[in-house]
Design a protein around this ligand. Structure first.
Ligand code: NAD
Length: 520
């Protein structure tokens, strides 16, 4: 996907005007296509744009402004101006604005769901039932949190009062991936704003539309100009500038481990605080005493929801050898029965992957698995149905492979699950922990003691017992190892978006006189 300058847009593309002239999807309003800086929608420097595609048929939806380094600088300046006032705003008032935004999202729920579905390929029913409600809930949760961030009083020397207050960092850069663009916009914006920061956010180049709609709702909710700036653009230009910008105090990034590493290097100039939510290779362990029917359904949604494009996906199915046959006899037909189709069709259970390049990457992994001696139990290819031929589809794929194979070690980020077997809990743990990632993991068992013991031993930031992929704004979300560091959500993320200031007060202290000298 290349960058275009204004006047060079392809036939049929919407111009880079104020709003797209036509509805993107029947039933949706028009959408903004320009950079959101200081409360206004503006062109990028030299009118640079980039195309946005519909992954269901690879047609171009529209062109969106593509932020250049100078545009990021402009947004940082705007954020800096806004911060001088924003940091003095009553925390309860900040919370009110977030609550208003949550209401605005609910009032525009159907439009947001349609937009997200068309831009990403998420099935509309998921966008309606999960993405949009979770987005509103996240803004509401942190709206309530804004005036509840407490400092503390450490007990120190007699005669001194020491209080520690948490202060916003200032200007925060946020880099959002393409797999859950709407929801991740809320995960990043809500706590940063609740804590009193100003934000410059870059949505992913593949999926900028829902965040631009959120930008409009931010204006409607009444946020002061410059507190939030949203600039679609490429990682190599806008993303790099955010990572290295000397006036940005923190970057929150979600995406690949490789880009996360680059951001660590680029952020060194001003020693930015970083929060990195990177890849995963989730271990999903099914013991022989598990409720098999529940485990089968839970494991299927753990990997196939959102076409497997989730960092926490249960992409490694680790089955007790005694139940492997029974499990697969149920799991494979379920995978084969998943309804692929137009994401806007309410009956569709699995849409296309979000881009052609990513579809090719996932298909490459199917080939690699076979070359390494793995066995494709189902799927492993592009569906041959003519209605799906132009989209970025991959069949739900189940592969039997060895724990050391690339299929079991590397993040595929698609509807691709690797199956392995074990004989003992120790072996299951060895397999589960033998990857560089450590994000989400699942355990299916009816033995309570074993469940907690294994949860304690798993190298992971999150563990689900007899469930998978449950998230809530109150519970810390993040990983260990190559899955990154720092946490989204809950009180943990409020710590990430603030810094402590320790203030010492001499109330009645007898301070030794260091310069007391013998009388001469
Ligand atoms: P990516 O890491 O390149 O992109 C994610 C975000 O980072 C995008 O907004 C992108 O523009 C930005 N970015 C890219 N290069 C940058 C740079 N040098 N500096 C600053 N920002 C930069 O991910 P991708 O190429 O879109 O996907 C590749 C793989 O990453 C996927 O197949 C998957 O394995 C993984 N991934 C993980 C997540 C997740 O939720 N953890 C999300 C997306 C992708």
């Amino acid at each position: 996907m290349g960058e275009r300058l204004a006047g060079n847009s392809g036939d049929g593309a919407f111009g880079n005007g104020t709003r797209c002239a036509c509805p993107l999807v029947e039933g949706t309003a028009k959408v903004q296509t320009r950079l959101f800086i200081e409360g206004e929608f503006v062109d990028a420097l030299h009118g640079a744009t980039m195309p946005v595609f519909n992954p269901f048929n690879n047609s171009q939806i529209c062109e969106v402004s593509s932020a250049q380094a100078e545009d990021i600088d402009r947004a940082v300046e705007a954020a800096r101006r806004a911060f001088s006032e924003w940091k003095r705003v009553d925390a309860a008032e900040r919370g009110e604005l977030l609550l208003k935004l949550a209401v605005a999202i609910e009032q525009n729920a159907e439009e947001l769901a349609l937009l997200e579905s068309r831009d990403t390929g998420h099935p509309l029913r998921d966008a309606r039932n999960l993405d949009v409600p979770r987005t509103a809930r996240c803004f509401r949760y942190f709206g309530g949190m804004a005036d509840k961030l407490e400092g503390f009083l450490p007990p120190v020397y007699p005669g001194f009062l020491n209080y520690v207050q948490r202060e916003p960092i200032g200007i925060v850069g946020q880099i959002v991936p393409w797999n859950f663009p709407l929801m991740f916009t809320s995960w990043k914006l809500a706590p940063a704003l609740a804590a009193g920061n100003c934000v410059v956010m870059k949505p992913a180049e593949l999926t900028p539309l829902s965040s631009l709609r959120i930008a409009e709702l931010i204006n409607e909710a009444g946020f002061p100009p410059g507190v939030v700036n949203i600039l679609p653009g490429f990682g190599s230009t806008a993303g790099v500038r955010l990572a290295e910008h000397p006036d940005i105090g923190k970057v929150s990034f979600t995406g690949s481990t490789e880009t996360g590493r680059n951001i660590v290097r680029m952020s060194a100039g001003n020693l930015k605080k970083l929060q990195l939510e990177l890849g995963g290779k989730g271990a999903n362990i099914v013991f022989d005493d598990a409720d098999i029917d529940k485990a089968v359904k839970g494991s299927a949604s753990a990997i196939f929801h959102n076409q497997g494009q989730a960092c926490i996906a249960g992409s490694r199915l680790i089955l007790h050898e005694a139940i492997t046959d029974e499990f697969l006899e149920k799991f494979i037909p379920l995978a084969e029965s998943i309804r692929l189709g137009d994401p806007l069709d309410p009956l569709t259970e699995m849409g296309p992957l979000t881009s052609k390049a990513h579809q090719e990457r996932v298909i490459d992994y199917c080939k690699i698995a076979v070359e390494e001696g793995g066995e494709i139990l189902t799927g492993g290819k592009v569906p041959d149905h003519p209605a799906l031929a132009n989209g970025c589809f991959v069949e739900p794929t189940v592969v039997r492979a060895r724990p050391t194979d690339r299929a079991c070690q590397e993040e595929v980020f698609g509807p691709f699950v690797s199956v392995m077997t074990f004989a003992s809990a120790e072996e299951a743990l060895t397999i589960a922990n033998d990857v560089s990632y450590g994000l989400g993991s699942g355990i299916w068992t009816s033995d309570l003691q074993r469940a907690h013991r294994v949860a304690g031993e798993l190298h992971a930031g999150m563990v689900w017992i007899n469930a998978y992929k449950i998230v809530h704004p109150g519970s810390p979300f993040g990983g260990v190892g190559q899955s990154g560091y720092g946490r989204e959500m809950g009180f943990e993320v409020m710590r990430e978006y603030t810094q402590p200031k320790s203030v010492w007060v001499n109330v009645d202290a007898n301070i030794p006189d260091f310069y007391q000298r013998p009388a001469t």
